[in-house]
Structures are given as structure tokens and as C-alpha cells.
Design a protein around this ligand. Structure first.
Ligand SMILES: O=C[C@H](O)COP(=O)(O)O
Length: 319
């Protein structure tokens, strides 16, 4: 289907061995991005609504049930209170989050809730032994197939960190290629778990391998590692996306995820993407924010913009 990034033959993997990332330059660039002024007033409200449309609204917890997944879906369909959207004249723009993201066992619940609400919002499922990826390959492949059969149209796979840490890039390419095939028409986001890859050079290499193997997005983290989405790592991944685009002509998306909780951070992420990849990437087809508890703060800031006051917690119900 259109929009899918095709697999690049593995003969191009020699590129990987030549890669070296300049750590100092990356850290300097990250500092520069973070030091930028963020937009204020109505411009800030507009950017925050843009961030909302890029959120993969996520619940990935052991105690997820059909009812909290149902609430998550309703929140994804109506992420900001109608009266607040009306106040900024955005009530008729169909603002929703980009997708909901759940564990494979909860996909059917999410699909049912969205269907009953007459919504065509995408359901993303994590898969392949999320978060550690330490299950047999056949089990990981089967998990992808089951999530797709249950109605997930986006699959967030995790890479096998063992293969990255031992430099088995070809084997990693081969696994991801098989996940791609198992996804069928579903879009595939590949989680690198950057907190466990050791070096920026490994992050860059893993990004390239994931893209060559056919990933539609590369994603920083599961949210379960001790280090998750960071700006320096994002710069390394964005450069890999840019280099891959220059070589192949294919635009691969980027999804920072894990520990993103404040409206302010979402603005920095949008600024980083605009600077590193350009405006084309500032849309849900090429940029997602994976987050379980970001939307509440964004809605609070929009409430403040509209009313001049901060909302009490009961005024903005969150899934
Ligand atoms: O993919 C999304 C992440 O798991 C969400 O992480 P978070 O719970 O830290 O926002």
C-alpha cells in the first residue's frame, strides 16, 4: 500500500560498518534545540493542538482492562474539551489523536470501542515480545500476526537488542524484514530501545538497519527502559532518517516515546523535528509522540490559554 517504506536489499548493509557518530556535535546540537524560545499565546495553542493530532495515546499496563481501554479510546476521539476547541475556533476541525496504542491482548477491545463510537481512528499494537523482545522469533512473529488479525493497523515492534549489541546487523535486518512481512498492510514502527543500545553509533546503525528492512517509522523507546526519549538520541535518529531519505527517496517517520509528560516538552519535540527534518515531517503520517500521560498537561495548557486560569483536576477528565 502507498506510504509503506519498501525493504532495501541487504547488500546495502555495508553502509553500516562505515558509520561513526560525532558525540560532541550531537550534544551541542541538542543543547541548541532545547535553548530555543518556545511559541507563546495563540501560537502556542496552535502548536499544542498540532501535538495532540500526533499523539499515539497509549496504555501499556499489566492492569489494562476493556473498560480503561474504552476510556482511552473515547479520550482519543475527543482529546480536548469541546468548549475549549470552540473558544479557539477549532471545534469543527475533527481534532483527534493519531492513534491509540495498546498491548496485543487489548487490540480487540480498542477496535470494538472505536467501532461502536463510529470512529476510524487507528489502533496500534506493540508486539514482538514488548518491551524486552526476549522471546523466540516464531512467538514474536505470531504476536504480530494475531494483532493484525484482531484489527491493529499499526504495529510497534521492538528490536532484538542482543543482535545490536553484538554487532549482528544482518541478522537484525533479517528479523525486522520478517516482522515487516508479518505486518501485511499494517504500518510498522520499529522501537530501538535506545536506552539499551550503548552508543550513538549503535543508535544510528540500528536506525539504518530498521529503515532498510522496511520500517515505516523508527521509535526511540518502549517507555519501560530506564532511559527513554532524549533529544540527543532524537537528533541521531533524525539524521539517519534524513540520510536514508537522501539515498532512497523514502520518508520514514519518527516517534519519540517514553517519559514525555509535559506540554512544554511536546513543543520542543515539534521544534526539533521542524529543524532537523523540515515541515514535511510535522504531520501524523511522519511524526508521532508516544505517550500515556502527556495529553492531560496539553489540555491543561489549552484550558489556561482560553480561560486565563489553571483547571482543577476534575474539570479535565483523562482516560
Ligand atoms: O509507546 C509509548 C510509550 O510506552 C509511552 O511511554 P510513557 O508511558 O512513558 O508515556
Amino acid at each position: 500500500p502507498s506510504g509503506q517504506n519498501p525493504t532495501t536489499p541487504n547488500t546495502h548493509l555495508e553502509w553500516i560498518s562505515k558509520v561513526r557518530v560525532n558525540t560532541h556535535a550531537v550534544l551541542k546540537r541538542a543543547q541548541h534545540v532545547q535553548a530555543q524560545k518556545i511559541p507563546k499565546k495563540q501560537w502556542q495553542a496552535a502548536w499544542l493542538l498540532k501535538a495532540v493530532t500526533c499523539i499515539d495515546l497509549t496504555t501499556l499496563a499489566g492492569d489494562d482492562t476493556p473498560s480503561n481501554v474504552h476510556r482511552l479510546c473515547l479520550k482519543a476521539i475527543q482529546p480536548v474539551r469541546h468548549d475549549l476547541l470552540r473558544a479557539v475556533d477549532m471545534h469543527d476541525k475533527g481534532i483527534t489523536t493519531a492513534a491509540v496504542c495498546v498491548y496485543p491482548s487489548r487490540v480487540a477491545d480498542a477496535v470494538k470501542s472505536l467501532r461502536e463510537a463510529n470512529s476510524s481512528l487507528a489502533v496500534a499494537s506493540v508486539a514482538t515480545g514488548f518491551p524486552a523482545g526476549q522471546t523466540p522469533l516464531e512467538t514474536r512473529l505470531q504476536e504480530v500476526r494475531v494483532a493484525v488479525a484482531d484489527g491493529a493497523t499499526e504495529i510497534d515492534i521492538v528490536i532484538n537488542r542482543m543482535l545490536a549489541l553484538t554487532g549482528q546487523w544482518e541478522a537484525m535486518y533479517e528479523e525486522i524484514r520478517q516482522f515487516r512481512a508479518a505486518c501485511g498492510d499494517a504500518h510498522m514502527k520499529t522501537i530501538l530501545a535506545i536506552g539499551e543500545l550503548g552508543t550513538f553509533t549503535n543508535v544510528y546503525k540500528a536506525s539504518l538497519v530498521a529503515m532498510m528492512a522496511g520500517s515505516d517509522f523508527i521509535k526511540t523507546s518502549t517507555g519501560k527502559e530506564s532511559v527513554n526519549a532524549t533529544y540527543p538520541v532524537a537528533i541521531v535518529m533524525a539524521r539517519a532518517i534524513r540520510d536514508y531519505f537522501l539515498c532512497s527517496g523514502h520518508k520514514v517517520g519518527f516517534k519519540p516515546a517514553g517519559g514525555i509528560r509535559t506540554a512544554q516538552e511536546s513543543l520542543v519535540w515539534l521544534a526539533l523535528i521542524k529543524e532537523e527534518l523540515g515541515k514535511d515531517w510535522l504531520c501524523p503520517t511522519l511524526f508521532r509522540l508516544g505517550a500515556s500521560s502527556l495529553l492531560a498537561d496539553i489540555e491543561r495548557q489549552i484550558y489556561h490559554h482560553v480561560t486565563g486560569q489553571y483547571a482543577a483536576y476534575h474539570e479535565l477528565p483523562m482516560a
